[in-house]
Design a protein around this ligand. Structure first.
Ligand code: TA6
Length: 301
């Protein structure tokens, strides 16, 4: 089946009650995945997961003023940062977090089993992209919803030479209040502190947030737990294909600068824990090679 972007073609991928294709209130097509108590919304724009719910309770944070606009990212959910993470390494005029989150991807496939529902979205670099990134690649995001939410970001080098790749699944988690949150699993890890000139520091104990935090943790970052003490729940975060993870909360000043968080205090209901290839963790992909950055989220009471 060809990759679909047109609504009629999208409809052919629907699996009623498991993968329903709808029109998102943010504008643009959205797939609603359903599996038991869980649902997930995935828009074609940026191949972005917008929400993940259990018994109707939202587990991801999405700005109340989020919109789908061509050439722009969506604030919240799981933005796909590719083919570079954060600022471009040499050209600050290029868009932060790359360019594939700013456009519609095509629907490559859907699948439902007794235990899960999944969707695959695809995009590829274009001639126009070469001014931003002088390489050729195909990219696929597969979202699988069951008792867990799994996201896989696969890159295939379709060029004749190797290229460097940094990337992230830039996940915004909803929390009761940032003051009642901690992140464990990164104790003792080295991190680059973006707020202190990327100084190398060591994490002591669990991470708590009482001001802006913007850190790239390095090394074994494959097993992280987000503790939302206020909501009495934990989210277990298992990464693959990754040796780095980012923890970010904008706090008050950056929230004001961003301007699309929805309210000055919005930062109190979110924290980003991002599974990445960032900082020292750069992937070099040879011609014809593929790399998959993956993450699985499990809700634990
Ligand atoms: O991952 C953290 C970060 O790099 C922060 O520095 C902040 O810029 C955040 O990403 C959001 O970036 P965006 O381009 O989506 O506003």
């Amino acid at each position: 089946m060809t990759n679909a972007t047109h609504p009629d073609a999208l409809a052919t991928h629907a699996i009623p009650g498991r993968v329903d294709i709808e029109q998102s209130p943010l504008g643009g097509p959205v797939a609603r995945l359903t599996s038991g108590r869980f649902q997930a919304l995935v828009v074609l724009h940026g191949a972005q997961v917008l929400n993940w719910t259990c018994d109707g309770r939202g587990l991801l944070w999405l700005s109340p003023i989020a919109r789908i606009r061509d050439g722009k990212g969506i604030r919240g959910g799981i933005p796909v940062c590719w083919p570079w993470f954060a600022d471009h390494p040499t050209d600050p005029t290029k868009p932060a977090h790359g360019f594939v989150r700013h456009r519609a991807w095509s629907l490559a496939g859907t699948r439902a089993t007794a235990d899960s529902a999944s969707i695959s979205l695809a995009t590829a670099t274009t001639e126009a992209d070469r001014q931003l990134w002088p390489h050729q690649a195909e990219v696929r995001v597969t979202v699988t919803l069951g008792e867990t939410l799994a996201v896989a970001l696969e890159t295939r080098n379709t060029d004749a030479s190797p290229f460097p790749l940094t990337q992230a699944l830039h996940t915004y988690f909803r929390v009761g209040d940032i003051g009642d949150v901690s992140v464990s699993g990164l104790e003792g890890r080295t991190y680059l502190d973006k707020l202190d000139g990327f100084a190398r520091k060591t994490q002591s104990g669990a991470i708590t947030v009482t001001a802006e935090v913007d850190r790239i943790y390095l090394g074994d970052t494959s097993s992280i737990t987000l503790h939302d003490h206020g909501s009495d729940r934990r989210i277990l975060i298992e990464g693959t294909g990754s040796r780095s993870a980012v923890v970010w909360n904008p706090w008050t000043a950056k929230t004001a600068r961003l301007g699309d968080m929805g309210s000055p205090e919005a930062f109190r209901q979110m924290i980003c824990v991002e599974t990445a290839n960032a900082g020292d963790d750069i992937v070099t992909l040879g011609p014809g090679q593929t790399h998959t950055l993956g993450v699985t989220y499990r809700l634990a009471a």
